[in-house]
Ligand binder design. Sequence first.
Ligand SMILES: *Cc1c(COP(=O)(O)O)cnc(C)c1O
Length: 426
Amino acid sequence: MNDRIPGFGTLAVHAGAQPDPTTGARATPIYQTTSFVFNDADHAASLFGLQAFGNIYTRITNPTTAVLEERVAALEGGTAALAVASGHAAQLVVFQQLLQPGDEFIASRKLYGGSINQFSHAFKSFGWNVVWADPDDVASFERAVTPKTKAIFIESIANPAGSITDIEGVAAVARRAGVPLIVDNTLASPYLIRPIDHGADIVVHSLTKFLGGHGNSLGGIIVDAGTFDWSKDGKYPVLSEPRPEYHGIKLQETFGNFSFAIACRVLGLRDLGPALSPFNAFMIQTGIETLPLRMQKHSDNAKAVAEWLSAHPAVAAVNYAGLPNDKYHALARKYAPKGAGAVFTFSLKGGYDAGVSLVSNLKLFSHLANVGDTRSLVIHPASTTHSQLDDDAKTRSGAGPDVVRLSIGIEDKEDLIADLEQALSA
Ligand SMILES: *Cc1c(COP(=O)(O)O)cnc(C)c1O
């Protein structure tokens, strides 16, 4: 053996996994069990006291889920990861370790709609106050910093329009403010962008989308970059102060560069409880084995469809960072040189009615509220996800009445274009 570092495609197949030590099973078995037998009383006590690593109960650890965690940590270049029940659960568990009631965090204004809701309503009810900034203006993050700021949150490729955020610019603001940068990397996946390489301290994913990749399982994950010093100024007592329920240990002092992932597990998952089912962990890690192949095809197909739409007489504009004349093209070349992802929007000259009619005439594209499936998906935000907003607010969030959002799948691009062609001329 040499000490060669495996490439991304090799890690996607192998990281975290080995033949099952008991049965020799080559694929990771689904350990569908709630609990694990202790060797003896001392072993049980040391597991509960965090003096030894091992399985107690599937709410906190599970061997199938552990393979998924190690694999995503390897693909993102982090020190450790924690899988949970959904992308939203990942965000909840992350912020619970960082914020006390009355604290603030700064978030990009361009986010997945569900995250805007979670931050504006549920988090507000916990006393965690979001302050919005404009991802196209890095200085707006700097201006939003106050002594109460505890974190900054952005998406690498932002929903719905597929715009690219200047991760390094925002990371520099976070460093000056002494707070961690959290990047939601769902739309890019680590195949297209690895935020930790650009200064992110924490990466979160909805595994439900491209990582699982087949539209069949919900999941979320938190990746710890191991880069942040939680103890330097007393801002993060959960990590720096003694934990009474764990014999007074301090998490960062004890677990060093993976202490954030440990905190999320032994406090967040333990107390909030959004554990991932081992069956979903199995489905998602099987999906990840083909991530590099799928993500390249998704991106290549999206570029071909975006180019075709740009030339169509019924189309007013296409927003895809992979197109050379797009506003975000320079950022796409810097951060996502292999491709700008599969999710983008375009607008129709015929406005709202044309959007509704396109969606109902498409046959191969599925009309639904998801992204990151092998299948191509379409939604008309103004008549669905954003229908509660007035026209002005719709337009500001990139979901004007004439806008259609696509998530391009891995079918043959000629078939996708033919479907759009028939629907636009219907
Ligand atoms: C879907 C999504 C989420 C939420 O994930 P769930 O798994 O649905 O809870 C968060 N961020 C982005 C960018 C998403 O697309």
